[in-house]
Design a binder for this molecule. Structure first.
Ligand code: SAM
Length: 230
């Protein structure tokens, strides 16, 4: 059984996708998806030796080495054109690292029809990267597990989806264009918590730190505005 977070990611993987899970760690996600018969081809990429070996062993033990190719590689270097990958998952890493991985081998994204991303932070930076690089956001979800909030962002090529927004407001980048239209209870909890954190930081920040205080106040105001609307 997967964690709630990985299950939510798995739900976004299309039936029969050719999947690359970059930074796969134990290869839990592709293993689950193949066992569920949702997919039958996956590449699990890992850059660190330890997790790479564990992933390889798990795949062997589950007898899935004909379906899941575990490769030791940095980011998208794990995949090549022959894999015919159409869906890429990058989950459980910082948002900036995710943009770096996507930037590094951008041509490899050509045949890809769906990115399923779960940044641990800097969601706004990741959204900006996506829209600046010909992707648009098709789905978003937010969940709370073991005291942590997780956002999942699904992006698709702009060319194939003329119906989706190609420009976002500062507020949409920060909160997520789709999360904003839903404003679930978990979404509200996340931003109420963020508001409390900002208040604590402001209380400790010296009055003479004008710029920093102004930035934090501005962010606070944005959050208060979003939370006050329905
Ligand atoms: N994706 C899994 C999940 O969401 O549960 C594992 C997340 S784990 C916290 C992050 C993994 O990404 C680590 O195993 C790490 O070694 C791997 N990683 C970090 N940078 C990477 C890169 N540039 N290329 C491939 N893997 C990377």
């Amino acid at each position: 059984k997967l964690s709630q977070r990985l299950q939510a990611i798995a739900n976004f993987v299309p039936q029969n996708a050719r999947l690359a899970d970059i930074g796969s760690d134990h290869a839990f996600l592709p293993t689950y998806l193949v066992q569920q018969k949702k997919i039958n081809y996956a590449v699990a990429g890992e850059v660190v030796q330890g997790p790479f070996e564990i992933a390889k062993r798990h795949v062997e033990e589950a007898d899935l080495h004909n379906e899941i190719y575990v490769r030791k590689a940095n980011g998208l270097a794990a995949i090549n054109e022959q894999d015919g990958i159409d869906t890429i998952v990058i989950a459980g890493m910082g948002g900036i690292l995710i943009t770096e991985i996507l930037s590094k081998d951008k041509p490899l994204l050509n045949g890809v029809s769906r990115l399923i991303l779960q940044p641990n932070n800097h969601e706004d930076t990741l959204r900006r990267w996506l829209l600046a690089h010909d992707f648009v956001i098709s789905h978003e979800s937010i969940l709370l597990e073991a005291g942590k909030f997780y956002e999942i962002i699904v992006a698709v090529p702009k060319k194939q989806h003329p119906e989706l927004l190609t420009e976002l407001s500062v507020t949409e980048y920060l909160f997520g264009p789709i999360l904003l239209t839903k404003k679930t209870a978990i979404f509200r909890q996340k931003w109420e918590k963020e508001l409390r954190t900002l208040n604590k930081i402001l209380a400790k920040l010296p009055q003479n730190q004008h710029q920093k205080r102004e930035d934090l106040e501005e962010k606070k105001q944005r959050i208060e505005e979003v939370l006050s609307e329905n």
